[in-house]
Design a protein around this ligand. Structure first.
Ligand SMILES: [Zn+2]
Length: 259
């Protein structure tokens, strides 16, 4: 079998049996790949400490022996270690959110190089910035767009009118695909306080959805806008995927302490 090589960002590493590790990364050419790294638990020398979560590496791997099998990771070269992300707890939590979202919204061997670009961008910005909480938000927003679930922050999903005041997240019980936003008049009376988004947040999210990465880097939403936006996207994605995501809850607690 011919070995392959390509860049990738490590999303998850887990022990596998006595001495191996399971490594999952996202690459621009192949998308999400999970491979077994033989002996990686026992011999640190084998990968000379390069196999760390959120590192950007060039990975050398062989295809599985059978259709249902795992790839085999042979070697890796370091491109960016993103060391700060692993050394600062809150940065680590932000990176965990991004990796959890990527694992939820992508499939094995289904590549989208734009998702890789966003991953590399968000990790590098979290790594080098002190004010990094906006990056999990921007990443989530763009990932939804790339996965084909772009939320509309400007139009009410019930009456079709433009939203000109605070809106609220609408999560219809009949199914995940209908998650959207309603205007103030169409908001259900029993809407939870947590589901309500200020007009400022809605405008910021709409702008962030349509601008380039350079502008996103300069954009400085207020902490309350970031929090509202992150809460909204979390609700939206959990409803879409019909699954619980854990990383945001832990990061949220950290965010509350730091403001
Ligand atoms: Zn309405």
């Amino acid at each position: 079998m011919t070995p392959s090589a390509g860049d990738g960002l490590i999303l998850r590493i887990a022990p596998h049996g006595e001495s191996d590790k399971l490594v999952t990364w996202y690459s621009p050419q192949s998308g999400r790949i999970t491979a077994i790294a033989k002996g990686a638990q026992k011999s640190k020398k084998r990968f000379s400490n390069k196999l760390e979560p959120f590192s950007q590496l060039c990975l050398y791997y062989r295809p599985p022996r059978s259709a249902s099998g795992l790839h085999f990771l042979e070697d890796a070269d370091l491109i960016h270690a993103n060391i700060q992300v692993r050394q600062q707890y809150s940065k680590y939590l932000a990176a965990c959110c991004i990796s959890e979202l990527t694992l939820c919204f992508t499939r094995e061997l289904d590549a989208d190089s734009r998702i890789y670009t966003m991953l590399i961008w968000a990790m590098a910005e979290i790594n080098r910035n002190d004010r990094f909480y906006k990056y999990p938000l921007f990443f989530h927003l763009r990932l939804l767009q790339l996965a084909g679930y772009k939320p509309d922050f400007t139009t009410c999903c019930r009456c079709g009118n433009p939203i000109t005041e605070a809106g609220s997240v609408c999560l219809p019980p009949q199914g995940p695909s209908g998650a959207a936003l309603t205007c103030g008049s169409c908001r259900p009376v029993q809407a939870a306080e947590a589901n309500i988004l200020s007009l400022q947040t809605l405008r910021m999210l709409d702008f962030a959805q349509h601008t380039d990465l350079l502008t996103l880097r300069k954009l400085q939403p207020s902490p309350s806008c970031i929090m509202e936006g992150l809460d909204m996207l979390q609700l939206y994605s959990q409803h879409l995927l019909q699954t619980d995501m854990h990383a945001w809850r832990i990061l949220r607690r950290q965010l509350m302490y730091s403001h």
